[in-house]
Design a protein around this ligand. Structure first.
Ligand code: PA5
Length: 439
């Protein structure tokens, strides 16, 4: 098969033959292959299934209808506000912030918190020119419902009861949920959330509609995602399948105590990938197995180069419990202003003079990576060019399937989140004990 991938994956520095003591053994990785036999079958079945699931979204999502609807919104509105939390916002926000143009025709803003001081700014929204997307798979999420209910009077005031439905779209799955009921009572249009978990929903209407409205090339994202899905479905060998290979290697490191997964983008525009990945990795992998053992890998964010002056010392000389994934843009070395050939009699300036800022950025990435490897600290590098929708689509499927591979090897279910319910129940109890103000 010709490899037309635009995502470059460099994993050698996970192995002992490259970095010595802190690396895992390639043979140990091959030995894990039989433990993925069931998963291999499920992966093929998932991809062939006509019902949407995380892996087949690149072919089951109706992109044409999303674009049609999105075009209408972009024509009518110059701002779009998204209410949603967790999987209902992180995927869309990643696509918009990673791939969207700086000045889109319709600017998309995601509100994924209930910090009252941040939400105060919603009082200034001009709803005549604004679209509201309210996204919640369950339709019962306290934060999203509260956001919507508190902004509703402002919308009613500005638009009148009748026109709210022209400015609001609800995405939800649960017809028994409160959001669906609100949509029914207010006569709001509803799109069905596909039957996939929130953190695996980025390649559905949940992520793609806000992304398209924000100017993202969603066809490119889906082409890349489809290519990676097909590549992973086709390759049975653990050595040839990038998700099996990288997932299994991360599992082996976790077994050796390296349970902290640091993701370090050397590109500001790639930072939002880490936000999305953190939820995917933490919520999918942090749980108890059937024997009641606590499992999980902890995602940690570090920014290149900023955190070279913050976390790097820990990564190099702290406990050997981390694996670093670099996200880079190799083209950065050709970009940026050039440091002028002035003042180069000053020793600290001499090495910089004549180089672009991008060369400095890339040199610092190479130096950090080499320093880690020299100290036997495992690392891998995923490279993609700026605003390369195809490569980001590939990366999304790769990271999702790696997550599923690690879950399989840990003996846990990647798709549930049984423990978070307790905190939701307690929140309701604490609210019940607070005096509500009757307005
Ligand atoms: O991935 C998940 O399932 C969760 O993080 C949810 O996305 C999050 O809790 C929000 O749930 P909902 O979409 O039901 O409002």
């Amino acid at each position: 098969m010709t490899d037309l991938s635009r995502l470059s994956i460099h994993s050698d520095n996970l192995f002992s033959d490259a970095i010595g003591a802190g690396g895992v053994d390639r043979q140990a990785l091959e030995d894990l292959s039989p433990r993925l036999a069931d998963l291999r079958e499920r992966v093929k079945a998932w991809y062939a299934d006509p019902t949407p699931n995380f892996l087949n979204l690149p072919k089951t999502t109706d992109v044409a209808t999303i674009k049609h609807r999105g075009q209408e919104f972009v024509r009518r509105f110059d701002r779009c506000i998204v209410f949603g939390i967790g999987g209902s916002s992180l995927g869309g926000e990643m696509l918009v912030r990673t791939l969207g143009p700086r000045h889109p025709k319709c600017a998309v803003t995601f509100y994924d918190n209930v910090d009252p001081s941040t939400l105060e700014e919603l009082g200034e929204v001009d709803w005549q020119h604004t679209l509201l997307l309210v996204i919640s798979k369950s339709g019962n999420t306290a934060e999203t419902l509260s956001q919507f209910l508190t902004v509703l009077p402002v919308m009613e005031h500005q638009l009148g009861d009748e026109r709210i439905k022209e400015h609001t779209l609800v995405i939800t799955e649960n017809e028994e949920g409160a959001l669906f009921e609100l949509a029914r009572r207010l006569d709001l249009p509803v799109i069905e959330h596909p039957p996939v978990g929130g953190r695996f929903s980025v390649l559905s209407v949940v992520g793609l509609l806000p992304a398209y409205i924000g100017g993202v090339d969603i066809d490119g994202v889906m082409e890349g995602a489809r290519a990676m899905a097909e590549r992973c479905v086709a390759a049975d060998s653990i050595l040839e399948n990038p998700a099996y290979f990288n997932g299994a290697a991360q599992y082996l490191h976790a077994e050796q105590g390296r349970t902290i997964s640091v993701v370090m983008p050397y590109a500001d525009h790639l930072r939002f990938i880490v936000n999305w990945f953190r939820q995917l990795w933490a919520e999918s992998l942090g749980k108890m197995d059937a024997e009641g053992r606590h499992k999980g890998l902890t995602p940690v964010e570090a920014h290149g180069v900023t955190d070279q002056h913050s976390q790097l010392q820990l990564l190099l000389e702290g406990p050997d419990d981390k694996l670093v994934t670099f996200l880079t843009n190799p083209a950065f070395r050709y970009r940026g202003s050039r440091v002028p050939m002035r003042f180069n009699d000053i020793p600290a300036i001499a090495p910089l003079a004549g180089h672009t800022i991008g060369e400095l950025f890339y040199a610092e990435f190479l130096a950090t990576r080499t320093t880690l490897s020299n100290r036997h600290r495992p690392n891998r590098t995923l490279s993609l060019l700026t605003r390369d929708a195809y490569a980001l689509g590939e990366l999304i499927i790769l990271m999702e399937l790696e997550t599923v591979v690690v879950a399989e090897l840990l003996g846990i279910n990647a798709f549930d989140q049984p423990a978070v319910e307790e905190s939701k129940v307690l929140t309701r109890q604490y609210l019940g004990k607070m005096n509500s103000v009757d307005t």
